[in-house]
Design a protein around this ligand. Structure first.
Ligand SMILES: Nc1ncnc2c1ncn2[C@@H]1O[C@H](COP(=O)(O)OP(=O)(O)OP(=O)(O)O)[C@@H](O)[C@H]1O
Length: 614
């Protein structure tokens, strides 16, 4: 399957169905599973010896003679020995079960996480984060529960179903009738039980995912919810989802409450007493045999009670495995092309008749063609929604073109090794994302090794060093989630520092100075100029001061290029450029005091402006 990112794994699971997927993961740890089964089986076998020894003891007490005392002591020692051995077997079984289930949880989670990172942005655009989180955390954990206590209890208790079938005929052959009939009926009930439980378990899991998605979205948009006083409405919507989860759980409980095996167990006791009593009356078995036989029937209690719980866990785990596979098996269009072209990027970018749309049938870019020489700075301008950001996303293959080609150094980006391409194209997004890690770690993101001096040098170039030092912990300051503890301008400068640190041959700055005051704008301007030096830079900006010193300007309108060239030429010849430019905000700056929307000022020399400000 094509994926943007493929982890070198020591295994490739069988993803053809949930059963194969589960079996594959179980078989990866077959020795641990074998220890579990062996522990469970021997434990059950030893447990079933207890009623046998008690039956023997009964016989001894009923016909006392000189050897009775010694025989009872020996039988007691056997029971103690059997229980001690059981304790060891229980330990083996429970330890293996924990090891087994935790390993499976880890393997499946790793596999799912790697698969998620490998999915294209097209996939992630339409997947609510909360839903994905529910699968990575909760559904994977359900698979753990399916193994332990689910399978563990089912396997362990199944041995208690087998033991009486073996032991009863040893007491007297006809005594097999009741236990065998019970086991057949109990297994039939189990099959019907799981069949009716499975669709409900799927509904529970799916409704849980939807609830999680809503929760994640609400927390993400908390500011908007509070800002628009929508708390009550949101609580109402969330309640509807929690009600649905509750209702499906109750439906599941209703099916569980109708579990027929409890009734069967009661009937089995009645039938066993009747049968044993009849054989006793016929003189075919003695009192000890009756006690031993009823003791064997008692062993059924454990599998009946535990199967209700273990089968519910298995039904939930099975539904979860299906949901995990759903995600893993979804195709992603982008291939990582690991064997592709992977030279050092020089920086030439060419768009050749590119068409693109995010959704089928809705075209965002139409016939886009332009070229950028290595080291040039190019500004892409156009009204909001014109497709500027979309152009940037095609360069590092966040998305692939529908038709036409995007070339980097003359090579189609699809022929590049994706890792080689992306590691050399740095994009500072409109909505800058910072991780909840330290400032230093954020600047060095993507690098395995870095020194404090390097980080500080990058921060200085990005005009970020001074504000970083105002924090008590400096570079070790932990940034709040998504960088919420920083201002917009500070986030932008950290993103620039990250770009300096990785020193990419191609740098894309998307609207990077849209939300800041003029003094900060000035600092960022300087940082951008020094960042643009010696590399191909694409500026997607509404800032006049940035646009006009670009080597080349591409003017977009509704996804089409309506003009391109140098600032002066465009200003003189392109009505679109003039119109767009007239609407752009030009912040006043200390060095470059071009007034906003002042068309006279636009005719100033771009290079001159750049030099002055530098
Ligand atoms: N992930 C997406 N899925 C679907 N449509 C999208 C997606 N991202 C952008 N679009 C659509 O593509 C069009 C171009 O968007 P784009 O972000 O490239 O515009 P832009 O020129 O960068 O705008 P702005 O100046 O406001 O950032 C818009 O109509 C937008 O609604």
């Amino acid at each position: 399957m094509a994926a943007e990112f493929v982890v070198d794994k020591s295994f490739t699971s069988d993803r053809r169905s949930a059963v194969r997927f589960i079996t594959y993961h179980v078989m990866r740890h077959k020795w641990v599973a074998a220890a579990l089964i062996m522990g469970a089986f021997v434990n059950a076998a030893l447990a079933s010896t207890v009623p046998y020894f008690i039956g023997q003891a009964f016989d001894e007490i009923q016909q006392p003679d000189d050897g009775t005392r010694q025989a009872i002591i020996v039988l007691c020692l056997f029971i103690i020995g059997a229980q001690a051995a059981r304790a060891v077997m229980q330990f083996i079984r429970n330890y293996s079960a924990e090891l087994f289930s935790q390993r499976i949880e880890r393997d499946v989670r790793d596999e799912l996480y790697a698969s998620l990172l490998g999915k294209s942005m097209e996939f992630h655009d339409f997947q609510p984060v909360g839903e994905i989180m529910a699968r990575v955390t909760n559904d994977v954990h359900e698979m753990n529960f399916m193994m332990n206590p689910g399978f563990n209890m089912l396997v362990g208790s199944s041995m208690f179903l087998i033991a009486p079938i073996i032991a009863a005929p040893l007491i007297y052959p006809a005594l097999i009738i009741v236990p065998l009939t019970f086991v057949i009926l109990h297994l039939t009930v189990q099959i019907f039980f799981v069949r009716s439980l499975h669709p409900l378990a799927e509904k529970v899991r799916a409704s849980f995912g939807r609830m999680n998605a809503r929760l994640a979205e609400a927390l993400d948009g908390l500011q908007v919810i509070k800002g628009t006083a929508q708390e009550s409405a949101e609580v109402g919507r969330f309640n509807e989802l929690t009600d649905t989860v509750r209702d499906y759980y109750i439906d599941q409980g209703r099916v569980e409450a109708r579990y027929l095996s409890f009734l069967l167990l009661g009937l089995a006791f009645v039938a066993a007493f009747a049968h044993a009593g009849y054989l006793y009356q016929q003189g075919l078995i003695d009192t000890g045999d009756v006690v031993a036989f009823i003791g064997q029937i008692y062993l059924f209690g454990f599998p009946v009670f535990s199967s209700l719980f273990s089968l519910s866990r298995i039904a939930s785990g099975y539904a979860s495995a299906g949901r995990i596979l759903d995600i893993i098996n979804q195709e992603t269009d982008l291939g990582s092309n690991p064997a592709g072209y992977s030279e050092d990027v020089k920086g030439a970018i060419t768009f050749e008749s590119v068409d693109f749309g995010y959704i089928e049938g809705t075209q965002v870019l139409h016939d886009i063609s332009f070229s950028i020489e290595p080291g040039q700075t190019v500004a892409i301008v156009g009204q909001t929604g014109a497709g500027k950001t979309t152009i940037a996303k095609l360069i590092n293959r966040t998305y692939d073109v529908d038709s036409g080609r995007v070339l980097v150094d003359g090579v189609d980006v699809r022929d590049w090794s994706l890792a080689a391409l992306r590691s050399q194209v740095s994009v500072i997004e409109q909505d800058i994302f910072l991780f909840s890690r330290t400032i230093a770690e954020n600047i060095a993101f993507g690098q395995d090794e870095w020194s404090q001096e390097e980080i500080e040098a990058s921060a200085k170039k990005a005009q970020a060093h001074d504000f970083i030092l105002t924090f008590p912990e400096g570079y070790e300051t932990k940034i709040g989630q998504r960088g919420v503890t920083l201002s917009g301008g500070q986030r932008q400068r950290l993103a620039l520092a990250r770009a300096f640190q990785s020193d990419p041959p191609i740098l894309v700055l998307d609207d990077s100075t849209s939300a800041i005051d003029s003094a900060t704008e000035d600092r960022i301007q300087k940082a951008i100029w020094s960042a643009a030096e010696g590399r191909t830079t694409i500026l997607i900006t509404h800032r006049l001061s940035q646009i006009r010193w670009a080597d080349h300007i591409v003017v977009l309108r509704k996804g089409r290029i309506v003009a391109q060239g140098k600032h002066e030429d465009l200003l003189a010849n392109s009505v679109d450029y003039q119109r767009i430019f007239a609407r752009y905000d030009e912040p006043s700056s200390t060095d470059d005091a071009t007034p906003m929307n002042d068309m006279d000022a636009l005719s100033g020399d771009a290079d001159q402006t750049k030099t002055n400000t530098e």
